[in-house]
Write a protein of this length. Sequence first.
Length: 370
Amino acid sequence: MNKNNQLPARSALFATAIAVGLGFYSQLSLAKDFLITAARPNLIIVADAEQRKVVNTFKIPNTSMGNSPGALAVSKDGKTVYVIHNRWESVSGIDLESGKEVFRADLSSGGVRGKAPYAIDISPDGKELAVYVTQTELLPGEYKINDPFIAIFDTSSGLSAKPVKKLKSPRRVSTLVYSPDYKRLYAFSWDMLVLDPKTGEQIGKHPWRSWKRSNFGEPDTLAIWPQFEQANEFATPYYINYQNNDKSVTQRAGIWSLDIVNDKVRFSEFEDAKIVLFSTVINPVRRNEAYTVYTQLTKTDVDTGKLIKRIDLDHTYYNVNVSSDGKELYIGGTVDDIAVYDSQTLDFKGKIKIPGGGDQVLTSLRIVQR
């Protein structure tokens, strides 16, 4: 080939590569945060965080209308939400474009009642759905309580899904979390157990009930709201008794968090237990900052154990999440609105109303970029 002819060819190739790259980054820059939640009696809600409005409302089919949807998880590509509903006896996958039910697992059949209280997560590749299940046999003269298990479903199983495997599990599991590399499945029970997601074998443990610290008692928490997707860090408030030098006992409040990428724990107590704390999220940009809600919105430094700021809220909120750029907080649960606050100042920025006034109650508030 003539060397002079190679220059235009190389230039064209280089220009094409730049165009493809710019197109890719342009798509990334166009990606925005969407909030995914659920509301009474059978609604999946998709809200545009930037526009402060609900852009889609989908109905969960064949559910108990006298109950509210439970915990939910969203596939990493933002295409499908999986929600526990029907009095905790069913799990449905809803396509977030069409609103169609594309997956369903009914946990009760015959004389066996199955319940999925809270714990649910999706594998990083979107092919597995892990759900904590308890079972009771309804016998003529008694209820027989069976051992609980973690049901692993193939998400391509359609509308009659059955577990492809069942992993041994302790009772009281309130949260399931896959590590991003699929090497660990965390099950938060009496302790934070580390399981092999393929076999269910316990490969580690982060102490909780078995946490031994001089002068400290056993910590307590209510960890039923999953909001670890932004920072890849599970976090929860906790309360713990502390015996002072004079033998008196005070109760302390703190934040406990687990980096699910590096399998590392950090924690700190930041005050005496003055108020009720429900759920916590870690800022993905300023990772020392933790935000906790209930009747107040509280900002703490989880590294130093210092309370940074606290404001009163207009009503109770159960869960909190944070924008991908770390600038905004979204707090929901309880009733029919999602409030927006500035993460730096905790200034109020607006509200997103749920159509029809549906209460979110105990459901999750998740964020995806699309």
